[in-house]
Design a protein around this ligand. Sequence first.
Ligand code: SAM
Length: 395
Amino acid sequence: MENKEFYVAKTFSGLEPLLKSELESLGAENCQAMSRAVSFEGPMDLMYKANYFCRTALRVLWRQKTFTFNSNRQFYEQLFDYPAEEHLRQDGTMAVHATIAESIFKTPLFASVLAKDAICDRFRDLYGERPSVDRDAPDVQFHLHIFRDEAQLFLDSSGESLHKRGYKVRNHPAPINEVVAAAMLMLAGYDGTCDFIDPMCGGATLPIEATMIALHIPAGFYRRDYGFMHWKRHDPQRWRNIRNQARILDDVPVEFYGSDINPKFVEMARDNVDRARLGDFIHVERKDMRQSKPSRTPALVMMNPPYGERLEVNDISDFYAEIGDTLKHNYAGCRAFMISSDLQALKHVGLKPNFKSTLYNGPLECRFLGYDLFSGDHKSYMTGKNIKRGLEAKQ
Ligand SMILES: C[S@@+](CC[C@H](N)C(=O)[O-])C[C@H]1O[C@@H](n2cnc3c(N)ncnc32)[C@H](O)[C@@H]1O
């Protein structure tokens, strides 16, 4: 039996329950939702799996050591005793990221410099040479979580944030974060059994994430680099075995659509779709959302319209009202979801949401709203005279 290790996967605020259920479905034990993170236990394979399969994780940390300390000296000694040479080569590079709360340290920087000194001094004692510090792309990234007199030392197994999936050739100026996009689809219950449409797709983040879900393409499928690959004991065969566990579908009987009014973004969407090798699945075209309609129903329509903060729109309220009108008149029989940080503008959509949640796209607090788009009036729909009920309707 392999050792049970302790991990913490980080995510955005509000996505903890989704991440917890993703981890549980991978076999993680003792999953505990925390603030912007989920802790869990399991064998080493689980760390690789969480990096590769979890759509809502931003990074996966592997706990190395917990200790208490009451002075700088004790803190230094505890870290000096940690056998960093098991993971870090003496000619490798490292960085220490620290967070502190109610600690004897005034700043996280002080804690991270002291930790770095302790680790480097141990190497100097053992080998006569020490690793160097590289804050941008270290071989081994340590994280220290310090609360009062308790410290936890972690290895960052992800490296760059996992929202960097590896399919973006170019970045839209106002993109939806890939982890948030996947979470939106999961919250909407998208399982690839109906068409997906993003009529304001920008760089096609939502259509690509939707297709990945439908085809069971793992979140990390396109990514080439992970933190653990630079560790001394990285086992490439083990990693290959994990990747081979993916059961990617060849095809699904549904279509994926992304369109945008701006030709520059249409080109960007095509480039990203091509990089993801999903050109056979995702139809990208230039179109004004206000002239769009689905090829068939039911379909899931999801969009991230321009927010006042980031993109100039002449009159944001009128524009959101036009989006609402288009949904109402052209998308009957579909289910629609919209994310925006412009709460005022959202009120002008003029449809009654039956799903509401708060999500964060980077620093922006956003509302994520869902609407059933039925034909006829709401009352006759609710009393069952209307046969279509969004995604629940069978074709
Ligand atoms: C916030 S961005 C979407 C970003 C996208 N989700 C991504 O991750 O790249 C909003 C997009 O709406 C597009 N847009 C604005 N007005 C539009 C319209 N009338 N019809 C279609 N697209 C429109 C903009 O060109 C922009 O690309």
